[in-house]
Ligand binder design. Structure first.
Ligand code: SF4
Ligand code: SF4
Length: 398
């Protein structure tokens, strides 16, 4: 981040001024403001605090908590007639706090861990990845910081031929949350892709997409891993993941930060939908009722609402909507590094969403994001929360 980038009032003048002087159409949807029941954390108040900090009328170290009170859900953009991207500005304010040495203490500790491992979790990630690779999946080497762009292809079995008569090269990117907490999903998702005739590589190192660094304001680390990822992703036509946050990061955040990749980032469900439809047609549906939670990164960030619902309708006899759904869906509380900086707020948001699910009377809550599954399940251990990809894998194995 350069000095010019640090001047948020120049960089985001329109956004900051619109929100500061706005009639606040978005204030009733912001999950952090609602969870904390605090006017300070409505989008307009948070943006006003950025404004005041920028014009030196508020001390950043005294108002910085508000910068972290955002789960990057973009829900405020739904009612906003100006379509102001509030989280983009708040995360830039976090980046400025990080650069100035006044970041949240948990963010500072987290930065050390990111630097040590190049991902948000401990060395268990490497052990889990080894298990996936040992299960027979092809690997593709990660690229060191200083190396020039490497030629594409698996180290163990050569380039990855895939669909379209072997023309398309596909990288399966597990995402840190799935690899850390649900390695069986990673193994089985690659197995499903293989069964569908889509041969994929997986990287032989658990390198992160960079989102945890971005969301916590650690932009130097984000840019470092994004540059390494670009060298890998430029060797592929498509990168597929069950994690919509990784896909959003590859598709939107990299471009916003000047990193354009060759691979087309696609969420797993969107990618496999054409191939699984014929396999599900005519199969007996499960005679239970499912509800669907739209992950913020799949819905509002990527605009994918129909594909998951359509797949659910092929798997279950009945589907019900949560009261807040599609571009008005409430967040699970797990985004924007809020579980790191404000875990209590994050938990309140997740419990509220699970309350919405309970009030539907549905038997199972389905979603399409490993972080949503983890966070929502944690909020209500007695509920059944599942990733649609997992349900598909199990159903197609019957
Ligand atoms: S996000 Fe839109 S509606 Fe909300 S305060 Fe800003 S300008 Fe107003
Ligand atoms: S992105 Fe979500 S949490 Fe952040 S200000 Fe907007 S509504 Fe609130």
């Amino acid at each position: 981040m350069t000095e010019a980038d640090m001047d948020l009032l120049k960089r985001y003048k329109r956004e900051i001024e619109y929100c500061t002087f706005c009639p606040r159409l978005c204030r009733f949807v912001c999950p952090t403001a609602l969870a904390e029941d605090n006017e300070t954390y409505t989008p307009t108040s948070k943006m006003t605090l950025v404004y005041l900090a920028e014009i030196a009328s508020a001390r950043p170290e005294e108002v910085k908590k508000a910068f972290y009170m955002c789960v990057d859900c973009k829900h405020c953009m739904t009612p906003c007639i100006h379509k102001i991207d509030v989280p983009k500005v708040l995360i830039a304010a976090r980046a400025k706090a990080f650069r100035s040495g006044i970041a949240d203490d948990n963010v500072k500790r987290f930065a050390d861990a990111l630097e040590k491992y190049d991902h948000p979790y401990s060395r268990i990630m490497g052990d889990n990845l080894k298990e996936v690779v040992d299960a027979g999946h092809r690997t593709r080497p990660a690229v060191a910081d200083t190396e020039p762009s490497a030629a594409p292809g698996g180290t163990q079995a050569g380039p990855a031929p895939t669909v379209d008569g072997g023309k398309e090269r596909v990288l399966y990117f597990p995402g840190c949350t799935a690899l850390r907490f649900d390695k069986e999903l990673v193994k089985d998702a690659m197995g499903l892709l293989s069964r569908l005739g889509i041969r994929t590589d997986i990287m032989d190192e658990p390198l992160c997409c960079g989102y945890p660094g971005y969301a916590s304001g650690n932009m130097d680390w984000f840019m470092k891993v994004a540059s390494r990822m670009k060298q890998v992703l430029d060797g592929y036509d498509t990168v597929v993941s069950t994690c919509p946050t990784c896909i959003t990061t590859f598709r939107t955040l990299y471009h916003r930060h000047g990193i354009d990749i060759k691979a087309r980032p696609v969420h797993m469900l969107e990618y496999i939908a054409p191939a699984v439809r014929p396999l599900l047609d005519g199969r007996k549906k499960e005679d239970t009722t499912a509800a669907y939670h739209d992950p913020c990164h799949l819905g509002r960030h990527l605009g994918v609402y129909d594909v998951p619902r359509e797949i659910i309708d092929r798997l279950y006899e009945r589907r019900v909507e949560l009261l807040w759904n599609r571009d008005d869906a409430n967040c699970c509380g797990g985004g924007g590094a809020v579980p790191l900086t404000l875990p209590g707020t994050s938990g309140k948001i997740a419990r509220k969403r699970m309350g919405e699910f309970r009030s539907t009377g549905a038997d199972v809550l389905l979603t399409a994001c490993p972080s949503c599954v983890r966070w929502l399940q944690k909020a209500d251990g007695d509920a059944k929360v599942m990733d649609i990809t997992r349900v598909l894998i199990d159903r197609l194995a019957e």
